[in-house]
Design a protein around this ligand. Structure first.
Ligand SMILES: C[S@@+](CC[C@H](N)C(=O)[O-])C[C@H]1O[C@@H](n2cnc3c(N)ncnc32)[C@H](O)[C@@H]1O
Length: 266
């Protein structure tokens, strides 16, 4: 498959959408769900493995579902996709072509912030808002990776290595996240503490740690200022795995923003 961009992303949270639903309480915020209709046109930005589209396709079988991504790396084979899903190469930092402006009833974004620079985030939100028809809805979810802390789940849990790696990643991400994303007016937000769901803690923590180590290896290969030697990372990964097995879990919030494009331009 053609790739036009070196994709630095690793999967950040479990792709199992049922898990996402347990943690935030929903896939679509009820206010967005209430506006849905059968033959809606949907765009998912930074679609990755198309997990979100797979989930939507169950209930939105008559909708047109488009997934956009800057890289095809995570795209599943086309013949495994539901019939109403298509995946398209597209950089959300670029201006929106006029053929896509005002085309969609619903636009979704999730977990893109870690791969965007502070100056890109706001432009991406603006670009994606242009995809919306008047009255169309946008929903976005991001985990706050700058405030993750690793806690002992039991009296004999160890947390040191998981905490060390969590801190390294948070520090590296701080600049990207501190700038925040600026949202148009009338956007609503809420947050859910994902670790409150006990049954998903271990998987979430293991998944986060896996992506932190994937990121750390990339830094090492690039010789960036966050680089640790590959041998040391090997050792740390085993220790972090032991921490998780001992009951250590990551505590963090997922932030959800949603809003509607005004029907009458202001
Ligand atoms: C961590 S993955 C999340 C995938 C998906 N949103 C999900 O939650 O299942 C982030 C995705 O955003 C994509 N991405 C990053 N920057 C992008 C950009 N400027 N335009 C489009 N996609 C982008 C990456 O290629 C990656 O597939």
């Amino acid at each position: 498959m053609a790739v036009i961009f070196h994709d630095t992303y690793a999967e950040n949270i479990p792709r199992d959408s049922a898990e996402a639903q347990r943690n935030t309480g929903y896939i679509l915020h009820p206010a967005v769900q209430a506006t849905r209709y059968l033959d809606a046109c949907v765009a998912v930005a930074g679609t990755g493995t198309a997990a979100f589209l797979h989930e939507l396709a169950h209930d939105w079988s008559e909708a047109t579902l488009h997934g956009y991504d800057i890289s095809t790396c995570l795209f599943p084979p086309a013949d495994t996709l539901p019939l109403n899903v298509s995946l398209i190469l597209y950089d959300a930092c670029q201006d929106v072509p006029s053929s896509l402006q005002g085309k969609y009833d619903f636009v979704h974004g999730r977990l893109m912030a870690a791969g965007l620079s502070a100056s890109e985030s706001t432009g991406v939100v603006k670009n994606l808002a242009q995809l919306l028809k008047p009255g169309g809805a946008m929903q976005w979810e991001e985990c706050d990776f700058t405030a993750v802390c690793y806690l002992p789940g039991g009296a004999h849990s160890s947390i040191d290595t998981a905490s060390k790696m969590g801190k390294l990643f948070s520090t590296a991400m701080r600049l990207r996240f501190e700038a925040g994303m600026s949202w148009p007016q009338n956007v609503h937000t809420e947050a859910a503490a994902v670790h409150r769901v006990r049954g998903t803690r271990e998987r979430l923590t293991a998944n986060r740690m896996q992506s932190i180590f994937a990121w750390a290896r990339l830094q090492s290969a690039r010789g960036s200022k966050w680089a640790l030697s590959m041998e040391y990372l090997e050792e740390l990964e085993q220790k972090a795995h032991k921490d998780i097995q001992s009951g250590c879990y990551g505590s963090f919030d997922v932030h959800i923003a949603w809003g509607f494009r005004p029907r009458i331009p202001s």
